[in-house]
Write a protein that binds this ligand. Structure first.
Ligand code: ASP
Length: 337
């Protein structure tokens, strides 16, 4: 007698937790990168992924993981967020950040803050401690102080490398060079980093053991930005979005294009309404639509069922991912996994 065995394909086990991180996209080429600089970025990404994984591993929430990782980045001068942020044309650091909870669709965001050490925590406070979703400028900093978030002198965010980038950008644009900010250290030598486009925004998406996703993004925006310019990072649905119905996304790149395409929400909509896999949705929006519009940059994303994706159309993107039971992956260049 012939025994017929029916072999069902085992469903892919959903990881207990997962995290994906970016540290900005841009013209990041192997040929321009010194071994020391590359090692510094890889180490920072590894630390970030370890911080986030530790929160999730012990059962912490995706919101806590996102905030913890971004706070570390905001203190790391390698990245364009918090200390190390790029300068406006007027020589100021104006910081944008957002965070969103996929379980509740609650969100908080801030733009143009100049005194709050951790803009991501301020975004979270806007979400949790106010009736609002978005605050800007001096009002946002005043709210931060009122809820006890650490305030610093604006010169806290100053780095020589970003100042040199500003001077070069303004010179190229034929614009006047502003005086060095009050309280900035005397000019000193620094290690230039080959990132022509001055990106370096940070973002995190996480899935926790309760099945909830969250996303957060923090940035100084674009070098030599003018007139109170705000990028995509704090715009919910553009640079940051999270919903347990679809996915969580954090973006980096030329913000004006990400705003016009509502990149983060668009990726989630393709997952939610068209049933695309996360990677297909991300590639459709980044590789096809963003590229067609002339924008550049990328995203990291994940779904409540544990799919993780990244997609970028620039030569590189600092990025890392990890999931329960899987070794972390840390990558910079396009030809890496
Ligand atoms: N997306 C950010 C902005 O436009 C910049 C970046 O990601 O580098 O403000």
């Amino acid at each position: 007698m012939l025994a017929l065995s029916v072999c069902a394909t085992p469903a892919l086990a959903k990881p207990q937790w997962a995290i994906a991180i970016h540290g900005g996209a841009g013209v990041i080429e192997r040929t321009d990168m010194s071994p020391e600089t590359e090692a510094a970025y890889r180490a920072a990404m590894a630390r970030a992924v370890a911080t986030g994984s530790a929160v999730l591993e012990r059962g912490g929430s995706s919101m806590d993981a996102v905030e913890a990782v971004i706070r570390e980045f905001e203190d790391d001068p390698l990245f364009n967020a918090g200390r190390g942020a790029v300068f406006t044309a007027e020589g100021r650091n104006e910081l944008d950040a957002a965070i969103m909870d996929g379980a509740t669709l609650k969100a908080g965001s801030v733009a143009g803050v100049t005194r709050t050490r951790h803009p991501v925590s301020l975004a979270r406070a806007v979400m949790e401690k106010s009736r609002h979703v978005m605050m800007i400028g001096a009002g946002a900093d005043a709210f931060a102080a009122s809820v006890g978030l650490e305030q610093v002198e604006p010169s806290w965010f100053f780095t020589e490398r970003r100042w040199a980038q500003l001077v070069k950008a303004l010179t190229d644009m034929g614009l006047p060079i502003p005086p060095r900010p009050t309280g900035a250290p005397a000019p000193h030598a620094f290690t230039p980093i080959p990132d022509d486009r001055k990106f370096g925004t940070v973002g995190v998406v996480a899935l926790d053991t309760a099945g909830n996703v969250a996303a957060g993004t923090s940035t100084g925006g674009m070098t030599a930005k003018r007139w109170g310019r705000v990028g995509d990072a704090p715009i919910i649905g553009a640079g940051t979005y999270a919903s347990n119905q679809s996915c969580a996304v954090s973006a980096t790149g030329s913000g004006e294009y990400f705003i016009r395409l509502t990149v983060a929400r668009e990726i989630c909509a393709l997952v939610q309404y068209k049933g695309l896999t996360l990677q297909a949705a991300a590639d459709e929006v980044i590789q096809t639509r963003l590229t067609a519009l002339g924008g550049d940059g990328g995203i990291v994303a994940l779904t409540p069922d544990g799919q993780i994706a990244w997609s970028f159309n620039s030569p590189g993107m600092y990025r890392a991912r990890a999931a329960a039971g899987e070794a972390p992956v840390i990558s910079i260049y396009k030809d890496e996994p």
